[in-house]
Design a protein around this ligand. Structure first.
Ligand code: A2P
Length: 283
């Protein structure tokens, strides 16, 4: 996709009597890498504004210039950790989606818009201390957890980290599966996070529409106790368990009810409690 780079102002035009009129791209960042996982999913990396500070798990508004010349922005969780030099994002491709129909064509060297104002509730500050943390994701809701799983504080704060990811089919689990695998094999990650800390991760992927070793919506598997039996652990308990939830609206609503049923209360930055929720970017 060349549209954005073509819009970069040409500096030598300043010497002309009539400056070339080109819309300046506000808050531009340069794409450094793109990976397509399936025909519905891709991830990409961009340069990080020098001044941008964020907490692992937060999101920012990113996008492109729309046909009308105005920024077309959507909320995207930052999938990279706070210490990374670049920013990573994990996105769905919606063929008739106003943004992702275009965004899916970005290539290294292209520019995107990134508003450097991170916000969000999927942060450690919004939870009370606990022993075990659950990350519940569907689809691209894995993104904030890709950040938090690379964040040293996650391992300092908890003895056990359970990441569940429910997708339609096996290929859609791949981004998360490879990320967790790389954490455990990458020398830099092992040094940063600690090998014994990485052993705290319990990964629980499920599919709903394609055969795989674990089938079914995580919501059902929590309700009937299958998850606890599979992992050989006690059920969720508000004294010890904390949870972060990121998926579709319906998923978030269903999981909230389940967590409340276990006695967990929803927290916020200003009022930390036992669980927090955020809607994954959709469309
Ligand atoms: P299902 O195939 O039964 O709809 P999507 O790709 O549509 O965003 O869905 C991602 C995954 O989330 C799918 O496996 C889907 O299961 C699952 N899912 C969607 N809604 C819910 C929900 N309310 N509770 C649990 N899982 C859900």
């Amino acid at each position: 996709m060349k549209t954005m780079t073509e819009m970069t102002p040409v500096t030598q035009a300043a010497t002309d009597a009539t400056p070339v009129k080109m819309p300046a791209l506000p808050d531009a960042q340069t794409v450094t890498g793109v990976k397509h996982w399936t025909d519905r999913l891709f991830s990409f990396r961009v340069t990080r504004p020098q001044t941008l500070r964020f907490r692992s798990g937060e999101f920012v508004m990113i996008g492109l210039l729309g046909d009308n010349g105005k920024p077309l922005l959507r909320a995207y969780s930052i999938a990279s950790p706070a210490w990374d030099d670049e920013l990573e994002f994990y996105s769905i491709k919606v063929q008739d989606g106003p943004l992702t129909s275009k965004l899916q064509h970005i290539e290294p060297g292209d520019q995107i818009i990134l508003r450097p104002k991170p916000v969000g509730t999927l942060v450690h500050d919004a939870l009370l201390p606990g022993h075990r943390i659950w990350f519940f994701a569907t689809g691209t809701g894995f993104a904030p957890f890709a950040s938090l799983l690379r964040e040293p504080q996650t391992y300092e704060d908890y003895d056990e980290i359970i990441i569940t990811h429910t997708c339609r089919d096996v290929a859609e689990l791949e981004y998360g599966r490879q990320l967790i695998e790389s954490l455990k094999s990458d020398e830099m990650m092992i040094e940063l996070l600690g090998r014994e800390n990485l052993d705290k991760i319990r990964y629980y992927p499920t599919t709903t529409r394609e055969q795989s070793p674990r089938m079914g919506r995580i919501t059902n598997l929590l309700k009937d106790g299958t998850v606890f039996a599979d992992l050989g652990i006690d059920p969720i308990n508000p004294a010890t368990d904390r949870a972060m939830v990121c998926g579709s609206l319906g998923f978030n609503v269903d999981l909230k009810e389940i967590l409340e049923g276990f006695g967990l209360r929803e927290g916020a930055n200003s009022d930390p409690k036992e669980y927090v929720v955020e809607k994954a970017f959709v469309g």
